[in-house]
Design a binder for this molecule. Structure first.
Ligand SMILES: Cc1ncc(C[n+]2csc(CCOP(=O)(O)OP(=O)(O)O)c2C)c(N)n1
Ligand SMILES: CC(=O)[C@@H](O)[C@H](O)COP(=O)(O)O
Ligand SMILES: [Mg+2]
Length: 651
C-alpha cells in the first residue's frame, strides 16, 4: 500500500556548483570529461528534485543526460539544429541552454514548457509533443540549409519507440534518397512508454534468435558465394566471427539499406565514447545514423526499476518514488475495467492501443484477454485502419487512444471507417484540457473533427458511471461511434451494478429554470450544474441539459428549452469553432428554433498553454464560477442588479 505522499512537503535544495557556471552550451565546451560527468550527476539531481514537485517525464530525461551534454559539447547550437522527437526528453537541453534558473517553473502555468518550444528559446529548433516527427523536420531543415548553401549540421534525436511510427520511416526513406547531410541519433532504451513492441524493436535490440541468425547466415553465404570473384572474399570476412556477422546483419543493415551510414550501437552513458562518435559523425557527408544504447531512468533507482511508471508521473517523493494515492478512480481505470467486463460476454470485442496500454487503461484488458489485445506501436493511423479490418470481419474493435493522438488518423477515420460504416469504437481518453502537458496534448479538437463525418456518432459522458453506459451503447452500435472523456479522476459517483445502453441522440434534463438554459457536454456538465447552483443563490434560475450526444443532437429537448428561456448557453471543453455549440446553433437554426440570445462557452481560437487543469479552466471561464459569470454578464441587461466579476486573461 502506498503512503499518501504530500508534494507540498518537498522543497528544492540542490547544490549544483558546476551547473551554476553553465549559461549556454559554449560553457560546456571548456569542461573536461571528468567535469562533464560531475555535471551529469548534478543535472540528474535537479531533474529528480524538480519533477518531484512539478511532475514530468522523469525516466526519459534521466536516460539522455550524457547524450544531451555530448551533443551540445560537439555541435554548435543554435547554429547547428538539434531536433528532439516527442520532446519529452529535453530537460537537460533546457538546463544548459539558458533556462536553468527558470527550471523550477517546469510545466507550471506561465513557466517553461515540458517540451521544446520555438517561442521559448532559439535553442529549441522545432516544437514537439507528438512522436515520430523529428526526422521529417530535420530533413526539411537540412534541405533548406542545402538550398541556402549554409554549412551548419542538423541532428534529429529519436527514441526506439518513436521509430515505430510510420512517419519516421517515410522520412528515412526520403533522406536516403536526397542524400543531404543529416545526423539521426537513435536513442534505444528498448522502451516506448511500456516495453517497445514490434519486429523492428527486436531487430534493433539484436534479439534475433540464434536459429534466425544461423539460417540468415547460411542464406547470405550461399548468395555471396555465387558472385564470381568477390563473393568468397566477403564470405571469409564474415566468417571471422559471429560478432562481425551480427554487426553486419543486425541494426546497421536496415539503415544501410536506406542509404544511411550506420554507427553503433554505442554506450549512451559514456561521455568519452559519445563525444568521440559525434565528432566522427560531424565529419561525415550524407545521412548518418548513430545508434545509442541508454537506460531509461538511469541513475534513479525507482525509475530504473519501473521506467513505465516514471515515463510521465505526477508529484512524487524523491526519496522513495511514491506518489499520492487518489481515492476516486480515474475515467481511464473505469473504462479499462468496464471494457474487460463487457468483453467477457461479447467475444467480438477486441482492443487496440497505439503504444499506450497503461495510459488508456487497456493493460487490464490485455492481462485478461492477451489474444484479443493489440499494441501496434506509435502508429495511430495503422491502428484505425487495422481496426477497420477487424470490424469488416465481424469484430467490435475498440481503439483506445488519447484524443490528441487520434488527430493523426483523420483520413483513416473518414476513408477506412466511416465511409464503409464499419462498427469501430473510438474510446478517446484525455478529451478536453489535459493540464501540464499543454497545447500539444490538449484534446480540444475532437468534437469538431468528428461531428461532421457522415455515419459517425459522438458522445461524451458527464461522469464515470455514464462512461460505462456509453461504452455499452458503443458495443451495440452498428456503425462508427466515438466516446470522449477527460484525463484524471472521475467525479466520484457510485457505479451502477450493470452498464446499460443509452438511446442514441437523447439528452438528459438535469434541472429546470426560467432565466437561462445551460446545455453542457462531457466534463462541463458538472461545472454547469455547479454554476446553476451559484446562480440560484442569486435568484437566477437555470435549466441544465446534459447533451450526452454531440451527434446526433437532441434538437427536440434543446429546442424546447431554448424557446422557453431568454438565454441559451452551450458549454464544452472543446474548440468553439465548429464544436458542440456550433452544432447546437446549426441544428436550432435549421429547425427555426434559434432563441434571441445564444452564448457559446468553450475553447477560443487560440492554443491553450500548459498549467494546472483547474487554473486553465478558471482562466478560460470554464469552471462553475466562470460559467456563472458569463451567464450574469449576458443577463445583465435584463437583470441590472447583478454585478460583473472581473473578466479573465485568456478568454
Ligand atoms: C503520436 C503520438 N502517439 C503517442 C504518444 C505518446 N508517447 C509519448 S512518448 C512515447 C514513447 C516514446 O518512446 P521512445 O521514443 O522510445 O522514447 P523514450 O521515452 O523511451 O525515451 C509515447 C508512446 C505521442 N507522444 N505521440
Ligand atoms: C509525452 C507523451 O506524449 C506522453 O508521455 C504523455 O505526456 C502522457 O500523458 P498522460 O500523463 O496524460 O498519460
Ligand atoms: Mg525508448
Amino acid at each position: 500500500m502506498e503512503r499518501n505522499f504530500d508534494p507540498k512537503q518537498v522543497s528544492i535544495k540542490i547544490d549544483t556548483p558546476l551547473l551554476q557556471t553553465i549559461d549556454s552550451p559554449a560553457d560546456l565546451k571548456r569542461l573536461s570529461i571528468k567535469e562533464l560527468e560531475t555535471l551529469a550527476e548534478e543535472i540528474r539531481r535537479v531533474i529528480i528534485q524538480t519533477t518531484a514537485c512539478t511532475g514530468g517525464h522523469v525516466a526519459p530525461n534521466l536516460g539522455v543526460v550524457e547524450l544531451t551534454l555530448a551533443l551540445h559539447y560537439v555541435f554548435d547550437a543554435p547554429t547547428d539544429r538539434i531536433v528532439w522527437d516527442v520532446g519529452h526528453q529535453c530537460y537537460t537541453h533546457k538546463l544548459v541552454t539558458g533556462r536553468r534558473d527558470r527550471f523550477h517553473t517546469l510545466r507550471q502555468w506561465q513557466g517553461i514548457s515540458g517540451f521544446p518550444k520555438r517561442d521559448e528559446s532559439h535553442y529549441d529548433a522545432f516544437g514537439a509533443g507528438h512522436a515520430s516527427t523529428s526526422i521529417s523536420a530535420a530533413l526539411g531543415m537540412a534541405s533548406a540549409k542545402h538550398l541556402k548553401g549554409c554549412p551548419s549540421r542538423i541532428i534529429a534525436v529519436i527514441g526506439d519507440g518513436s521509430m515505430t511510427g510510420g512517419m519516421a520511416f517515410e522520412a528515412l526513406n526520403h533522406a536516403g534518397d536526397l542524400g543531404r547531410d543529416l545526423i539521426v541519433v537513435l536513442n534505444d532504451n528498448e522502451m516506448s512508454i511500456s516495453p517497445n513492441v514490434g519486429a523492428l524493436s527486436s531487430f534493433l535490440s539484436r534479439k534475433l534468435s540464434s536459429r534466425t541468425v544461423m539460417s540468415l547466415k547460411r542464406e547470405v553465404e550461399n548468395t555471396l558465394k555465387a558472385i564470381p570473384g568477390v563473393g568468397s572474399n566477403i564470405v571469409q570476412l564474415l566468417k571471422k566471427s559471429e560478432e562481425s556477422f551480427l554487426s553486419f546483419f543486425t541494426p546497421g543493415m536496415l539503415f544501410q539499406a536506406l542509404r544511411f551510414q550506420y554507427i553503433g550501437p554505442i554506450k549512451g552513458h559514456r561521455l568519452d565514447r559519445l563525444i568521440e562518435t559525434f565528432k566522427t559523425a560531424k565529419s561525415l557527408k550524407g545521412p548518418v545514423l548513430i545508434h545509442v544504447g541508454t537506460v531509461k531512468g538511469k541513475g534513479y533507482e525507482p525509475a530504473e526499476r519501473d521506467p513505465a511508471r516514471f515515463h510521465g508521473i505526477g508529484c512524487f517523493d524523491p526519496k522513495t518514488g511514491e506518489t499520492r494515492k487518489e481515492n476516486v478512480p480515474s475515467y481511464t481505470a473505469v473504462f479499462g475495467r468496464c471494457l474487460t467486463e463487457l468483453a467477457e460476454k461479447d467475444p467480438r470485442i477486441v482492443a487496440i492501443t497505439a503504444a499506450m496500454p497503461q495510459g488508456t487503461g487497456l493493460d487490464v484488458f490485455a492481462q485478461v484477454y492477451p489474444k484479443r489485445f493489440f499494441d501496434v506501436g506509435i502508429a495511430e493511423q495503422h491502428a484505425v485502419t487495422f481496426a477497420a479490418g477487424l470490424a469488416a470481419e465481424g469484430y467490435r474493435p475498440v481503439v483506445a487512444v488519447y484524443s490528441t493522438f487520434l488527430q493523426r488518423a483523420y483520413d483513416q477515420i473518414v476513408h477506412d471507417v466511416c465511409l464503409q460504416k464499419l462498427p469501430v469504437i473510438f474510446a478517446m481518453d484525455r478529451g478536453g484540457l489535459v493540464g501540464e502537458d499543454g497545447p500539444t496534448h490538449h484534446g480540444v479538437f475532437d468534437m469538431a473533427y468528428l461531428r461532421h463525418i457522415p455515419n459517425m456518432v459522438v458522445m461524451a459522458p458527464k461522469d464515470e458511471n455514464e462512461l460505462r453506459h456509453m461504452l455499452k451503447t458503443a458495443v451495440l452500435q452498428q456503425g462508427p461511434i466515438a466516446l470522449r472523456y477527460p484525463r484524471g479522476q472521475g467525479v466520484g459517483v457510485p457505479l451502477d451494478p450493470e452498464p446499460h445502453a443509452l438511446p442514441i441522440g437523447v439528452a438528459e434534463l438535469l434541472r429546470e429554470g426560467d432565466h437561462v438554459t445551460l446545455v453542457a457536454v462531457g466534463a462541463m456538465v458538472m461545472e454547469a450544474v455547479a454554476a446553476a447552483e451559484i446562480l440560484a443563490r442569486e435568484g437566477i434560475e437555470a435549466t441544465v441539459i446534459n447533451a450526452r450526444f454531440v451527434k446526433p443532437l437532441d434538437v427536440h429537448l434543446i429546442g424546447q428549452w431554448a424557446s422557453k428561456t431568454p438565454l441559451l448557453v452551450t458549454v464544452e471543453e472543446n474548440v468553439r469553432q465548429g464544436g458542440f455549440g456550433s452544432a447546437v446553433l446549426e441544428a436550432l437554426s435549421e429547425e427555426g428554433l434559434l432563441p434571441r440570445r445564444v452564448l457559446r462557452l468553450g475553447i477560443p481560437d487560440t492554443f491553450i498553454p500548459h498549467g494546472h487543469l483547474k487554473k486553465l479552466r478558471r482562466e478560460l471561464g470554464l469552471d462553475a464560477e466562470g460559467i456563472a459569470h458569463s451567464v450574469r454578464h449576458a443577463l445583465v441587461a435584463t437583470l441590472p442588479a447583478i454585478h460583473e466579476a472581473p473578466v479573465r486573461a485568456i478568454r
